[in-house]
Design a protein around this ligand. Structure first.
Ligand code: AP5
Length: 216
């Protein structure tokens, strides 16, 4: 299964991709995670992306398309779930061009719908583990011990782009540049909308129900 999971910042794409990966054995290809890894390694791409990410703006299409095309080409035959990509119509077109069978090369497009107020509350309360990447929320999904990762005991950190001010920019960027990607897919295929406002178990149940029905 080759899948695209769309949604605003903080909609729960990363949280639910992890569950989808466990349930269906897909590879998680998150453009945000790949960029954060590049930054941590101090690569040229990471340095180029840093200013855009910290301001809540998009990294230029040419850099992203090259990075994600490589990741998609290297993905296993069992399939993948794309998270955070494509994020502009240019990126969606480039993805279609890079797939052997064009837009038929993507089997499922899901779109997580979350209210803006929920987005702000989720993002400003997010904490993540710098070692294993586990994601928590100070209220909704707290770790067993405050500030400490359940899996490896590392001190949890807040992403530099998770402040209230940057979230405003990320949301504006989403409406300007990423929402048109939803329309791009709707014009070509079925987009499965999923209400992402509920708690994570309820949202996962909705996603799995749709995915199981599509798998047949
Ligand atoms: P990226 O890392 O992709 O960030 P994003 O799209 O803004 O998404 P987030 O990671 O913030 O949120 P999410 O939807 O994964 O939510 P999560 O599951 O963590 O991109 C970062 C930056 O990189 C961009 O701003 C840009 O600069 C650059 N970039 C990346 N891709 C790019 C591209 N293609 N083109 C150009 N630039 C690109 O959940 C959020 C919080 O809510 C967590 O704390 C979680 O525990 C909690 N939570 C989740 N679901 C629920 C629920 N149902 N109930 C309660 N709490 C929940």
């Amino acid at each position: 299964m080759r899948m695209v999971l769309l949604g605003a910042p903080g909609a729960g794409k990363g949280t639910h991709c992890k569950r989808i990966v466990d349930q269906y054995g897909l590879l998680h290809l998150s453009s945000g995670d790949i960029l954060r890894r590049e930054r941590a390694e101090g690569s040229e791409l990471g340095k180029q992306a840093q200013g855009y990410m910290d301001a809540g703006a998009l990294v230029p299409d040419d850099l992203i398309v090259e990075m994600m095309s490589k990741a998609v080409k290297a993905a296993p035959a069992s399939g993948y779930v794309l998270d955070g990509f494509p994020r502009t119509v240019n990126q969606a077109e480039a993805l279609d061009r890079s797939l052997e069978d064009g837009d038929a090369g993507i089997d499922v497009v899901m779109n997580l719908l979350v209210d803006d107020g929920v987005v702000v509350e989720r993002i400003t309360g997010r904490r993540s583990c710098p070692q294993c990447g586990a994601v928590y929320h100070v209220v909704n999904m707290p770790p067993k011990q405050e500030g400490v990762c359940d899996h490896d005991g590392a001190a949890l950190v807040q992403r530099p782009d998770d402040t209230a001010e940057v979230v405003k920019n990320r949301l504006a960027t989403y409406y300007e540049q990423t929402k048109p990607v939803v329309d791009y897919y709707r014009a070509r295929r079925t987009v499965h909308d999923v209400d992402g406002n509920a708690d994570a178990d309820a949202v996962a149940a909705l996603l799995f129900e749709k995915l199981d029905a599509l798998k047949g």
